[in-house]
Design a protein around this ligand. Structure first.
Ligand SMILES: Cc1cc2nc3c(=O)[nH]c(=O)nc-3n(C[C@H](O)[C@H](O)[C@H](O)COP(=O)(O)O)c2cc1C
Length: 182
């Protein structure tokens, strides 16, 4: 069995669902970021971090960046969970750029990215998040639905509702990558 440790940070539960399904599939240890045992982090060969994307920032990712000096010889897999279509290579590139904006080239090079589609439930959003989504909705609506790409249209279609794109099969690409890595 591979020595894999999964860490997640999840504001509304979408990254948590993926993290739990991944740990079940890989039969490996898992921890929420705030409850982490640092020894496990330092002693694992492969680390998978999953977290929600908020305005291009990866929630909780500082657990990796702040400890990078001690983690740099490990396989580090980063999995942002967001609303953008993860199968669009442009989106993955864009997410990578925004998550790595403040990181050194050394850190960037050591990270392997996969992204997953999460969800949103407007009835559960905190005040600030609701406001942010309302600004985004208004800005997109102003442009006109016919001028939006599929991701923009999704924000318009799901605004004020509950939307969940959790599909455990989308973890297969990460599971295959980990199992094939020597
Ligand atoms: C205020 C706000 C900002 C968001 N910004 C982004 C974003 O920049 N990119 C993206 O793909 N998804 C964005 N999302 C969608 C979340 O990433 C998505 O809901 C994700 O599933 C949350 O994961 P979590 O519940 O594990 O925290 C945003 C959601 C909210 C509420």
């Amino acid at each position: 069995m591979k020595d894999v440790f999964i860490i997640y940070e999840s504001k509304y539960g979408h990254s948590k669902k993926y993290a739990l399904a991944l740990s079940e599939a890989l039969k490996c240890e898992i921890s929420e970021k705030k409850k982490i045992d640092k020894n496990k982090l330092l002693n694992s060969e492969t680390i998978v971090f999953l977290g929600g994307l908020y305005a291009g920032k990866l929630n909780g990712f500082d657990i990796i960046t702040k400890n990078f000096d001690k983690l740099k010889n490990k396989n580090i897999i980063v999995v942002p969970v967001g609303l953008l279509n993860p199968d669009n290579p442009e989106n993955l590139e864009h997410t990578k750029e925004s998550v790595c904006k403040k990181l050194s080239p050394e850190i960037k090079e050591k990270l392997t990215f996969f992204s997953l589609k999460g969800g949103i439930d407007y009835s559960k959003l905190g005040f600030k998040d609701k406001m942010m989504m309302s600004f985004m909705y208004k800005a997109l609506a102003k442009r006109g639905v016919e001028n939006l790409n599929e991701d923009g249209k999704l924000v318009i279609d799901t605004y004020g509702k509950k939307y969940d794109a959790f599909h455990p099969e989308s973890l297969n690409k990460i599971i295959d990558y980990i199992n094939e890595k020597d």
